[in-house]
Design a protein around this ligand. Sequence first.
Ligand code: NDP
Ligand code: MG
Length: 388
Amino acid sequence: MKRVSIFGATGSIGQNTIDLIARAPDEYEIVALSGGRNVAQLAEDARNLRAEVAVTAFAECLPDLRAALAGTGIAAAAGEEALLEAAARPADWVMSAIVGAAGLAPGLKALEQGAALALANKESMVCAGPLIMATARAHGGVVLPVDSEHSAVFQALVGERIEDVERVVLTASGGAFRDWPLERLAQATPEQAATHPNWDMGQRITIDSASMFNKALELIETREFFQLDPARIEAVVHPESLVHALVGFRDGALMAHVGPSDMRHAIGYALHYPERRALPVERLDLVQIGQLTFRAACETRWPALRLARDVMAAGGLAGAVFNAAKEQAMDAFIDHRIGFLQMAEVVEVVLNRLSAHKSHIDAEISLDNVRQADHLARVTADEYIRNG
Ligand code: NDP
Ligand code: MG
């Protein structure tokens, strides 16, 4: 029996993970499930999968969770400490699918107890990639990418040497506004940004796809995962979202990973790694698809891509600053306090203001320092949003 915990179980990735696990109940023992405000879903899954503990991130949700689990023998808990306690429970495989920087600490805890960490939470790689990789090494654990592009690269690298990699090409759908004229973007609403042409995902990553902050995070995630020189990492717009990523080797070969837009492929690959097992995903009919198209990813339309290059060049805690500023800017956009184009503006201002505090950016990448940089970036972003 594989002992499994799922953090962010009530979200889009969490539910897809549960879909796979529920198909083979005899193979898995569920240790912990975590969620946020969707207590009904969390309790239902905890009951169905007979989890040892269910944790909501928010204290005010605990009474409802307790009530929903009464008489089941499943422990209910809430808050950050409880998330860490759950992540420290011995498990073989832990899914990190909380959204945002909040996923970092539970992911580190899971690695510290020696679990394999399936990482959907790209924000933690952006904030603290070196810390995550060092923690995995120190405890004999492994980090398995779940982001579709990174899973694609990881799979293309099986049996290869990283020194032979000339470049990695990440594909981007272009998101909701791919074909909008530039002049219209200033008026784009959160509701419009939260609809994705190809993928069915959580609200925040869908908005990040429209602004390309998602691809910006993924460029940085690629650098951290595979230790590649940023100059070797590219993004290209591919509206069909069928090629997930390509790896170019020194002999000119380009290996593409092609598949349907279904996260259960990448989740399943990480779940069964290093084996490949049958997965319930659609098989592509290439003749019916007919053609695959690619376009340049324009940095005027999507300034987030340019900012990602700046962050990779700065290194250190710039990733934590970038991510936190982006999260604050997105909250403001969702609340209609700023427009769509201002998200990148806020992030750029915060990066510039905090780069004046070199000692913060160059500090060691520890959990405490990441938290401090994250906090400072959020305060700076809020101040700029309020006062300019
Ligand atoms: P969702 O918004 O669908 O789910 C997020 C999960 O995190 C939910 O379980 C939510 O609980 C929980 N949560 C929200 N806020 C907090 C918090 N402050 N502390 C702890 N838990 C919290 O997101 P997705 O599943 O789309 O994405 C999850 C992660 O995976 C993100 O990092 C995303 O970038 C990444 N990812 C997602 C992909 C996708 O296809 N969806 C593809 C590639 C990467 P609740 O809903 O109960 O409030
Ligand atoms: Mg992705």
